[in-house]
Design a protein around this ligand. Sequence first.
Ligand SMILES: Cc1ncc(C[n+]2csc(CCOP(=O)(O)OP(=O)(O)O)c2C)c(N)n1
Length: 554
Amino acid sequence: MATVSGGELLVRTLVESGVDHVFCVPGESFLSALDAMYDATAQLRVITCRHEGAAANMAEAYGRLTGRPGVCFVTRGPGATHASVGVHTAEQGSSPMLLLVGQIPRGHADRRSLQEVDYKQLFGGMAKFVAEITDTARIPEYVNRAFHVAVSGEPGPVVLSLPEDVLTDRCTPGDPHRAEAAQPRSNALGALGIEHELAEATRPLMIVGGSSWGEQACADAVAYAEANQLPVATAFRRQDLFDNYSSSYIGELGMEKSEAFKARVRESDLLVVIGARLDETTTGGYDLIDPGSAPRLIHVHPNLAELGALYQPARAINSTPGDFLAWLRETTSVISAPWAEGTIAAHADYVDSTTPVPAIGDVNLAEVIAHLAANLPDNAILTHGAGNYAAWIQRFYRFTRPGTLLAPPSGAMGYGLPAAIMAKLVHPERDVVSISGDGCFQMYPQELATAVQFGAAITAIVVNNGSYGTIRMHQERAHPGRVIATDLRNPDFAALARAYGAHGETVETTEDFAAAFKRAQETGRPALIELRTSIEDVRPGLTLDELRADGPRT
Ligand SMILES: Cc1ncc(C[n+]2csc(CCOP(=O)(O)OP(=O)(O)O)c2C)c(N)n1
């Protein structure tokens, strides 16, 4: 029987596992695998990035968007350490992801060889599974296991290290087999439990979050909440899981929480948490929802280890959101809902909060985001990274469908542009808009070249306030007037975009944005719009002066 190289066997197994994109920066450590991809380009698109951090972000975002592991392939040492940000984000955000690392040859191990790293140690605290493959014939076994682990229960990242000579050695391949995810399931008791708890509650709150949702699960959540007039908040960076126009929606437990919203969360007497793991931001630094004094909790989560780990649920249900919500479809609605008026008031407060607030600068980001909300189709994909600019997206954009927000629960700067490029490659028919601060964008601006090379016609909006604004905000609060390390002297972003072969424009007034955005979209090419905003507008409705005086404007 014909033998194959480890590289061929790896690529064959990836294709058999349904992998259609690999995001990489090439390295000499995995030439054999790259060579095998040469013959597989009909099934496998190889996206060459300029930085492994961006490639890993693309793979993480692919997992978040599709529910299937995004694959990133990098070289040892510097490649793997660059890529670690994507693994971290996948861990924080429960996204299925596979990082493949070309490793030093087996015979050079434990000599502190060039770029030698022990990946079990490096990624041990971040990934669900880390392994080094030392036998070429076992490549399919490891890849299958990696896929199984990445998507089963609570999804997450896995890392496989592939020594160079394991990839060049030859073996006789066995029969292929594809990994199937094993999922925890709910049953009728779980659904009945929520009915019993609601019968005792007067101020319940449903929180939806985490990954593993689909269109059906999201529709079921809306149907159940509306039928029972339950108020629903989304967890941090999960605003697209619940129709923001639903009469039950009351806002995101994100960075930007109004006092009235916080009070409602504090006053709840029952939390029905579906899919979310009650992370630090969602819980307001473990203060708004305090593990020591949290209200009664029904916690539905696909990871058994997460249930009861920090918050003590009255009812712990080990299930995917979709399976649990499918059972809820079968249960009857509550007879009376004493909380109904509260839900109406909370939703009205949310809707009010989406009305743009004034700004000091000539570009009002609130108006810009409201324009996007009003004009983009409901399947448009928005991406962003970390920075205060994201607070405007959270507050003034309204999501209606899952898979339309790609943003890192890890709070990693630099996520938005790579995530957008990936999304446009996977969904060329959909509008994809990345929004980044000037700091955030400059983590991976070079990926504009990747967008141009692969024809990913995204629109990248750069919110340029000449500052690492978030840190400036914290700085002004903690050390008023003592500004250090946060000012940014920036390039001409539009010219930079043009240098990469993209369309580039600068917008200096709110009124000019709509036409610039239309032009950008009509080019059919990657495009960048720089918004010249003012650092004075440090948060929606809050100026630096007001911040120093410690008083928000709205
Ligand atoms: C990779 C990474 N480095 C540093 C930080 C810390 N950090 C959080 S927000 C921020 C500033 C973001 O600046 P910018 O993108 O310009 O947005 P702005 O806050 O000005 O709106 C920094 C440095 C981070 N979250 N991620």
